[in-house]
Design a protein around this ligand. Structure first.
Ligand code: NDP
Ligand code: PYC
Length: 341
């Protein structure tokens, strides 16, 4: 660790130790602490501050307020031949995903397509680590999860939807997969929380205050309603995520999640849907040729100076592996204070 000023620089190993020790200190079981730590370290390493080590504050608060079951034992079942379900038992989603992953991959290879439902989990994280893992194994992947009702539908000003991210992964032979992962709100709520912590205003199209007026005050948006991205298009996608990762898998909508939280201010409770497609299912021996055709599309994007999603993330990853990560001292101090009383 170094830095006596406004920032603190940590190696990834030091960051991992900080995260794991903090989670164990607030009572998270070791298998959960390992899984949760890896997702936070990956976020910070890849320059995703809203879902990096800042999430220690969020996860610890969910544990301390009794929102998450700290020693939950995920239970894996097979509701149909191409489907895997993991009942997370009220624990964090990361361990449930890890338990369901082998079955999802095996079924996608057997049937060409398979789905994994995580039920009864608490979700504070980014989805890209999950689709990246699947794409690294040659599968095309999609992931969806509702959150808490914080987002107004296009044309309204009162929260109905969660920030409802959609993540996609596509395998690229010999290179990092094509991955995108974004909220269907203008930005993730975590980004607005970071603006509030830093005392920075937000753009006036990110959300409304509690009276339904556009505002640049981050705290007012957090108390009011966020906006969907892309107007009615983001609104429809947010509704889709509610449906396919809510009622379709027998789990909560964002409105039900925030009601279940009962004002405790914890992370969203509910489900996640992950789809995996094996390109060989449609293509057989033609997989390599078809993945090459996809490369032509990626080249035509980059050849004109546009960037692919994840390129910023991978550049941050390469930097962090050498230089470590730098976080605000105020965040570091808040993390050290977790569990202190
Ligand atoms: P952004 O609006 O920053 O969008 C992120 C995605 O868009 C990334 O894949 C990013 O790639 C890509 N991207 C950004 N700018 C460009 C560009 N100029 N050209 C090409 N691609 C670009 O993220 P959000 O604030 O919407 O979401 C951040 C995170 O929050 C996500 O990881 C999401 O999973 C998480 N989240 C989790 C929730 C949950 O309930 N668990 C709820 C809501 C959000 P790159 O990374 O390389 O910049
Ligand atoms: O940033 O919107 C968000 C979020 C919700 C749950 C996890 N992250």
């Amino acid at each position: 660790m170094n830095g006596g000023g406004t920032d603190v620089t940590l190696s990834l190993d030091a960051l991992r130790t900080l995260a794991r020790d903090t989670l164990l200190r607030v009572g998270l079981a070791p298998d959960h602490a390992d899984a949760v730590t890896e997702t936070m370290v990956a976020g910070e390493r890849d320059g995703c501050a809203s879902h990096g080590i800042y999430r220690l504050l969020v996860a610890a608060s969910s544990i301390e307020r009794g929102v998450v079951v700290p020693d939950a034992v995920p239970v894996v079942s097979e509701p149909a031949r191409a489907l895997v379900r993991v009942d997370g038992g009220g624990g964090f989603a990361q361990l449930a995903f890890a338990r369901g992953l082998p079955g999802l991959v095996a079924k996608a290879r057997d049937f060409g397509i398979a789905a994994l439902a995580l039920n009864n989990v608490v979700h504070f994280a980014a989805l890209w680590p999950e689709v990246e893992l699947l794409a690294d194994q040659g599968l095309v992947a999609l992931a969806f999860t509702p959150s808490h009702a914080w987002v107004a539908p296009a044309g309204g000003t009162r929260p109905v939807f969660g920030t409802n991210p959609i993540a996609f992964g596509w395998p690229r032979p010999g290179r990092a997969p094509f991955v995108f992962d974004f909220a269907t709100s203008m930005v993730a709520r975590g980004e607005i929380e970071l603006h509030r912590r830093a005392g920075r205003p937000v753009p006036d199209d990110w959300g409304y205050d509690a009276d339904g007026n556009p505002t640049t005050d981050a705290a007012a948006v957090l108390a009011g309603a966020m906006r969907t991205f892309g107007g009615h298009k983001g609104s429809a996608l947010a509704a889709m995520v509610e449906l396919i990762a809510g009622p379709l898998i027998g789990d909560m909508t964002s409105a039900e999640s925030i009601a279940a939280d009962g004002g405790r201010g914890g992370s969203p409770i509910g489900g996640e849907l992950i789809l995996a497609v094996d390109p060989a299912g449609f293509l057989g021996d033609a997989v390599a040729a078809e993945l090459d055709r996809a490369e032509a599309m990626f080249a035509s994007i980059e050849d004109q100076g546009a960037r692919l999603p994840s390129s910023r993330r991978h550049a941050a990853r390469a930097r962090s592996l050498v230089e470590g990560v730098t976080i605000p001292r105020a965040l570091y101090d808040d993390i050290l204070a977790i569990g202190a009383g």
